[in-house]
Design a protein around this ligand. Structure first.
Ligand SMILES: [Mg+2]
Length: 344
């Protein structure tokens, strides 16, 4: 969209908007409430221009969502618009970067004006909430696919990253984990939930909250961080491997919602430890930072829970410890770890 040199595609009928009409109508005419000062030039030229502040590095991340694989056919377009930007904002948060702008490439089998109206409303709402401007992109015909590349900035050499966890660090998780998995299991009929429960927990799957402010606030406090997209244990394992350390996880300390905490301990563990799509942050920080982290939690009004600690690298990447301070049997541990390739 910023790159308007891409060829105009002819409308199949006079009532169906062509590519430039789409851009004008849904993606260009609207601007965010407070234009991001880091964007020197947005949509409308061959390229967008970004002005990073002094002593900042540009953080870049891309996520692609494909219908039928990452979201169900017929997904609510408003929530889809929100989510496809939220997952990218979540990656910036995991580095402690603040959002600048994003590009959007979208393939659609056919132009559906109502769908685009809702989708772009969701996208713009999320963009406004996080001061992140749409600065370019492209549209084409094809199976419904949404690809966003996001740009942020972070003070030079201060970003959080996966390879900075240190032995002795505490491991923390924001808010609650497991509701997205709880709702997915109900959809797949692995277990059942009441209508009220399902409505509430499925919000977590369809409308995740990127922890933008938390990520930025953790600069100078946390060592390593990652956003939980594939599951707490699976994502934590990236930190452990890249930092060459192991971890003890107090599995029953993992924070869950009231609904999830009302389920059996087995179901809670499965959802909290292995469920993806929560987009909370998991981070490590020196023990001495505990008080600062608790203050941060109260300032942000966001629960931050200690769930374990980083240990010297041993053969076992993770030891799972139950509420009685006992390590889970290897068969039980296996059950939670086997879903992740990284543990094999
Ligand atoms: Mg990520």
């Amino acid at each position: 969209m910023g790159q308007e040199q891409s060829q105009t595609r002819t409308s199949p009928s006079s009532s169906t908007p062509g590519e430039f009409d789409l851009i004008e109508r849904f993606f260009k005419r609207r601007s965010v409430d407070h234009p991001n000062s880091g964007i020197a030039l947005g949509i409308g030229d061959d390229c967008a221009l970004i002005n990073p502040s002094n002593h900042q590095q540009i953080a870049i991340s891309t996520d692609m969502l494909v219908e039928g694989r990452h979201f169900l056919a017929g997904a609510d377009p408003y929530l889809l618009g929100r989510k496809c930007l939220a997952v990218n904002l979540s990656d910036l948060a995991a580095m402690g970067a603040s959002p600048l702008g994003f590009t959007l490439a979208i393939a659609m089998p056919e132009v559906k004006v109502d769908w685009l109206e809702s989708f772009s409303n969701g996208l713009w709402d999320m963009a406004n909430e996080h001061d992140c401007q749409l600065i370019g992109g492209d549209t084409t015909a094809g199976p419904l696919t949404i690809s966003i590349t996001i740009f942020g900035q972070v003070p030079k050499d201060q970003s959080l990253s996966r390879n900075k966890a240190q032995v002795g660090d505490d491991i923390w998780v924001s808010h609650e984990v497991g509701d997205a998995r709880l709702s997915l299991g109900a959809l797949r009929q692995e277990w059942s939930l009441s209508t009220e429960e399902f409505t509430e927990v499925s919000q977590r799957m369809h409308n995740p909250t990127p922890r933008t402010e938390l990520g930025q606030s953790l600069l100078g406090i946390a060592h390593a961080a990652i956003d939980i997209s594939d599951g707490l244990l699976g994502d934590l394992s990236h930190i452990l491997r890249q930092s060459s350390v192991s971890a003890d996880i107090l599995i029953d300390q993992a924070p869950g919602s009231k609904i999830l905490n009302g389920k059996s301990i087995e179901l809670q563990r499965l959802c909290k430890l292995t469920g993806g799509d929560d987009y909370e942050l998991c981070f490590t920080a020196a023990k001495e930072k505990s008080a600062q982290i608790k203050e941060l939690a109260s300032r942000l009004g966001l629960a931050l829970t200690k769930i374990g600690s980083i240990t010297e690298r041993t053969e076992k990447l993770v030891r799972l410890i139950d509420g009685h301070d006992q390590e889970l049997s290897s068969s039980l541990s296996e059950q939670y770890l086997k879903s992740f390739d990284h543990f094999k």
